[in-house]
Design a protein around this ligand. Structure first.
Ligand SMILES: Nc1ncnc2c1ncn2[C@@H]1O[C@H](COP(=O)(O)OP(=O)(O)OP(=O)(O)O)[C@@H](O)[C@H]1O
Ligand SMILES: [Mg+2]
Length: 309
């Protein structure tokens, strides 16, 4: 069964799709069969990053049952051919109101895809769809920039994802669900206390649901002055996952990234020696470690490269 890794950020425009396209290509070059899935409903653009302007089929064909198998929507996009892309869907009434059964079907098909690693770009925001697409994975990646608004949006995203994950352990009409839906919480301890006030036995279920929910961070657009904000981000997120978050890597602010996007190529392809491309190489290695031995998250990963002035 493939390992599914979802990539989210809360805030838009911080580099999720750029991360997914570059990591996908590097992981395929390192011998993995990789499928990228563009779950950014309404903002799908991963295909453009690879210069594919008119995808032969997209997730819309899958959701509307025009194509029955998700494999039929996976297109080879680059060299090596072991890198494929499932292009995203536009904003249709079906996708705006994607029923539970359709999400379940998508998850079943993702798990049966012919691949080693599936990278899911879940798009920005904190809608139920975005949270659910994020949570369908085996591993969770969160991208942030040092910009304070990005830090705050990621905090909000992880917080809502953690609550949503707890909610999945209970039925929709359970009083616990009602207790969690309308309150703002400041830490996962507060969430568990609220569950405990409604039902003592619910706490164990909630804790079980949260097991393994330990998103790893990718810090993008880093400059030598970025350190303070990222420490603040880690401090905030710790309250929501109950542990220090691993930083899978730092990607520097690098003009080669914009240049590569204008040429419809990942930066690791166009400018392999560029600082951002070098950072991606380390992140891809860390990701392979994570996939092969998930317990590495409780050990320090190789120190991310320092960003020099
Ligand atoms: N490390 C970087 N250095 C310089 N520019 C960058 C870097 N990372 C991202 N960018 C710029 O940010 C833009 C947005 O990146 P990207 O489209 O990957 O973000 P996103 O999070 O997927 O956005 P959305 O939420 O709209 O889907 C890129 O087009 C690029 O110009
Ligand atoms: Mg994007």
């Amino acid at each position: 069964m493939p390992t599914i890794i979802s990539v989210a950020s809360g805030k838009g425009g911080v580099g999720k799709s750029m991360v997914v396209s570059n990591l996908g290509l590097l992981l395929a070059r390192k011998g993995q069969r990789v499928i990228l899935v563009d779950m950014d409903i309404g903002g799908a653009n991963l295909h453009i990053l690879f210069g594919m302007f008119h995808p032969p089929s997209t997730l819309t064909d899958f959701f509307s049952n025009r194509l029955t198998h998700l494999n039929d929507v996976a297109h080879s996009i680059a060299n090596p051919a072991s890198l494929k892309l499932i292009p995203g869907t536009g904003e249709t009434l079906i996708t705006a109101n994607l029923q539970h059964a359709k999400k379940k079907r998508l998850i079943r098909h993702l798990q049966k895809l012919d691949a080693d690693i599936i990278l899911v770009d879940v798009g920005a925001g904190t809608s139920y769809h975005t949270l659910d697409f994020f949570l369908l994975a085996d591993h969770f990646l969160a991208v942030a920039t040092p910009d304070p608004t990005s830090v705050l949006d990621l905090y909000r995203f992880i917080k809502l994802a953690a609550i949503r994950k707890v909610l999945t352990a209970f039925l929709a009409r359970d009083p616990i669900a009602e207790a969690l839906l309308s309150k703002d919480f400041h830490s996962i301890t507060e969430v568990l206390e609220a569950v405990g006030r409604t039902s003592e036995s619910g706490v164990a279920l909630a804790q079980q649901a949260l097991q393994g929910f330990q998103p790893a961070l990718i810090l993008n657009r880093m400059t030598p002055k970025s350190r303070i904000n990222t420490l603040h981000l880690q401090h905030l997120l710790k309250q929501y996952v109950g542990a220090d978050l691993s930083v899978l890597g730092n990607i520097p602010e690098d003009p080669h990234v914009q240049q590569s996007i204008l040429k419809y190529l990942p930066v690791v392809e166009l400018s392999p020696r560029a600082p951002a491309a070098q950072a991606f190489d380390q992140i891809a290695e860390n990701m392979l470690k994570l996939v092969r031995q998930p317990e590495v998250l409780s050990e320090p990963l190789k120190e991310p490269r320092k960003i020099r002035a």
